[in-house]
Ligand binder design. Structure first.
Ligand SMILES: Nc1ncnc2c1ncn2[C@@H]1O[C@H](COP(=O)(O)OP(=O)(O)OP(=O)(O)O)[C@@H](O)[C@H]1O
Ligand SMILES: [Mg+2]
Length: 448
């Protein structure tokens, strides 16, 4: 009988190669851990010095060092690359901490990211300054934004909600105490509501009151009703709700004044009012007026919103605003309100002007990055903050049913706030059972 072992071996090798190819495409995380990480780590270790040298990321050695090399070690005097202090693998890539030699700054390394990425065959390299003199190179081994999954340890806590993944593999969190007010912009179908859905899913698990303003007749937010303390779906109701919030803000300030503190978090826990997050889906609806006679009412609502934006942080009311555009063309007060919204997340936009409305005050590169988001990647956005930093992020895809289920599960956390009673979502209003009415006609058996 013919010897079959070469064929068996060949088959095994082919199956192995096919399995690796399949894992690379379908399970990139597993592929990275098993194959990509050891290969990249090895390549990085063997080629580090030469790569830094050809990328121009070295400095001349000090005179003492050159003297030692020439006269004592009797070796060639070589330029000095940043010292590698730590290499740590992550489920999505590799992180390397470098100590910068005198003469190099983080911007020098950041300018060569593209070259380093190609040299080490990784998907992306970003540079973060961790402390003076130290930078971290964050490499990702594969396109982490292709199918987004947040790590299991990313859980909402202390008014911090993990909401998306950055392209360097780290988690993008919405921290309400650090950035109390935020604006999310994007064209139709760019993923704004998905961003809010992720936020609501996280916020629902925290001890906060959630207030929904969804002037698209509540199509998006009415699903979250079990966890909402208030929901309004028309601009008129929104105006009344915003007035009620301003009155609440004034009362909370009185409380702070009474206890001689300037911030809600300085109050003792038993006196502290519950923090409130106001989620506005499509801000433009609050600015629109059909006739001139409605303008004073609109101006008043916008002015009240600006007041909330200016002062409500101290008393724990936070604004989370969504819209397609947010320029001065929306109407009086638009730019004043926008200036109060520090956190900025811009999804795909139709024109550069819309990206500038969100990111223009942050950085020109962030504007460019937002205009180059592909239409077939909904949920991808550029997130910035006023410190000048920005990053590409993408939300995980969750279904409305998932978010609604979380809202139902945590419905018991919905605070009971009497001032919001008129705005309680319809599904929460308990209809008293009809009193039993005695039948007027005495029933007779049909057989008679
Ligand atoms: N992160 C994501 N991953 C995959 N698909 C997404 C993601 N985000 C959004 N989508 C999909 O893109 C589509 C539009 O999303 P979404 O409704 O959030 O957009 P939008 O900006 O709110 O649109 P509109 O302006 O019409 O309200 C939906 O079908 C949604 O499933
Ligand atoms: Mg939407």
């Amino acid at each position: 009988m013919a010897d079959l072992s070469p064929w068996v071996e060949l088959g095994t090798v082919a199956a192995g190669a096919g399995g690796i190819g399949y894992a690379k495409a379908r399970a990139p995380r597993a592929y990275w851990s098993l194959v990509g990480l050891p290969v990249t780590w090895g390549r990085f270790t063997w080629t580090y010095s030469s790569t830094m040298e050809v990328c121009g990321l070295t400095v001349q050695p000090s005179r003492f060092r050159a003297f030692v090399a020439r006269n004592i070690a009797r070796s060639e005097v070589r330029p000095v690359a940043p010292k590698v202090r730590r290499v740590s693998p992550t489920p999505t890539g590799l992180r390397v901490t470098l100590r910068l030699p005198a003469g190099l700054e983080p911007a020098d390394i950041a300018a060569s990211c593209e070259r380093l990425r190609h040299a080490w065959g990784v998907r992306s390299v970003t540079v973060v300054e961790t402390k003076p003199g130290f930078v971290e190179l964050r490499m990702t081994g594969y396109d982490v934004l292709n199918r987004v999954r947040l790590p299991r340890r990313a859980r909402p806590h202390d008014l911090v909600v993990p909401v998306a993944l950055r392209e360097d593999g780290s988690v993008f969190e919405r921290d309400y105490r650090a950035v109390p007010m935020a604006l999310t912009l994007g064209a139709n179908q760019s993923g704004k509501s998905m961003y809010q859905r992720n936020l609501i899913k996280g916020l629902a698990q925290l001890p906060v009151g959630l207030i929904g303003i969804d002037c698209k007749r509540g199509v998006e937010q009415s699903r979250y009703a079990p966890r909402l303390s208030a929901l309004v779906t028309t601009p008129e109701d929104a105006a009344r709700l915003i007035d009620a919030l301003v009155v609440e803000m004034e009362e909370r300030f009185d409380l702070l004044a009474l206890h001689g503190v300037s911030d809600l978090w300085e109050l003792p826990e038993h006196l502290r009012p519950v923090p409130l997050v106001v989620l506005i889906d499509e801000i433009a609806e609050l600015f629109m007026v059909i006739s001139k006679k409605d303008e004073p009412a609109r101006d008043r609502t916008v002015m009240q919103l600006v007041r909330l934006g200016q002062m409500a942080r101290a008393i724990g009311i936070y604004l989370e605003v969504c819209g397609q555009r947010f320029g001065s063309d929306l109407g009086k007060g638009a730019t004043a309100l926008r200036a109060q919204l520090t956190g900025r997340v811009v999804h795909r936009v139709n024109d550069k002007a819309s990206a500038e409305m969100g990111l223009g005050d942050i950085s020109p590169e962030a504007v460019l990055a937002a205009t180059s988001i592909a239409a077939n990647r909904p949920g991808t956005a550029v997130a910035g903050d006023t410190s000048g930093g920005w990053s590409r992020i993408r939300t995980p895809e969750i279904s409305p049913a998932d978010a609604a289920a979380v809202c139902r599960e945590f419905a018991h956390l919905t605070p009971d706030l009497p001032f919001l009673a008129p705005f309680r979502p319809v599904s929460q209003i308990v209809v008293p059972p009809m009193p039993a009415v005695p039948p007027r006609v005495k029933p007779r058996p049909v057989t008679e």
